[in-house]
Design a protein around this ligand. Sequence first.
Ligand code: SF4
Length: 428
Amino acid sequence: MKEAFLHYIWQHQYFEKTELMTVEGEQLQVLKTGFYHTNAGPDFKEALIKIGDVEWSGSVEVHLKASDWQRHQHQTDQKYNQVVLHVVWEADQEILRTDGTAIPTLELKNRVEPIMLLRYEKLQQAISTIPCASFWPTVPDITKTMMLERALTERLELKGEEVWEIFSNYGNDWEQTTYAILCRSFGFKINQQAFEMLAKVLPWQVVRRHQHNLLQLEALLFGQAGFLEEVQDEYGQQLQKEYVFLSHKYKLKPMQRHQWNFLRMRPANFPTVRLSQLAVVLAQHQHLFTMLLEGQTIKQYESLFIVPVSAYWQQHYNFGKSLKTTQKSIGKSSVQNLIINAVVPLLAAYAQYSQNRNYLEKAIALLEKVKEASNSITRHYEELGWQAKTAADNQAALGLYKLYCGPVNCLRCAIGNKILKQSPLRIS
Ligand code: SF4
């Protein structure tokens, strides 16, 4: 058993309270459990208990064994002087304050429903990817739905925090942050790191100055990506010429070509093609952040991202390599991906920045309108009978897994709570 289980039992008061007594034999009444906190000091603050006829207000400390008090050196720590109740699974030792008085102790081992403990241990020891898989069918759908909604919100808040970190690193500039996030998202997983690196070696301040000129923008992007070193064809050499001038002017150092991944990829997804799509999006929209923030419909976002690439890239997938068919712009499924990985995190970050929850609601509403393929994690929930209809469902399942099921955080999860409390428990 982990101490977290005892915290949970105390916090929710899931124990038998008939004839509640301290180990010392005095009548005990819990008037306030106190607030759980994880900082240094006792586990629950501002608790109120009654022992005999006297009310005591102070802290509650929880341990598996009473002797843990000494093992954790609390007897020499002043922060523990305000402890009014020691809650333990097993009272294996009497604990004294520094003045020699006994700390009232409540032993729980005979007061918790054995089935609750059994279920807790089953969840903790489960070997399946989703530890509650065997209980899943017994949990009401409404509980699962509510928990998944909570996991989605928490996942988006975390994504927002990640963006906010980038925002702080980039001098609190939203346009620059948007550039960095967009670069990363155009990497579409396989080249995500390389695109992130590109955003670092090609500063936004330089991009912004040449944003209106697609040729110069391509020269900067392809040059800094390391793709212009050995180009043979006319267009490539034209870009190279521009790049030599610009890189000298801004003292730019390019990436290495080998940092890009072309393996096992359809030509339409080659990083060279993605760079041409990124270039045209940057060239077309001078105030991307505002546009991404204010977009309302999927169609509006499509019209933002689906813009024809330069004539050369409509017919090539790499320098000197022609396409069999013309490819004018990014596809709709890629736009959905950009909405999930760039627009939604930006909205979530801005919701925190502006303290305006409407942006978070908008992020969720967008996710509810786009599709996302299932993956190795969401498939585990699908096997349990849960169905993802939209990206919001998928992202919720990812949130549930990463924040709860993966680290076996069942005590913080509404589904876990339902499982532990299921009948035949009789908690008053
Ligand atoms: S965290 Fe919740 S959903 Fe995940 S395994 Fe535990 S009880 Fe189940």
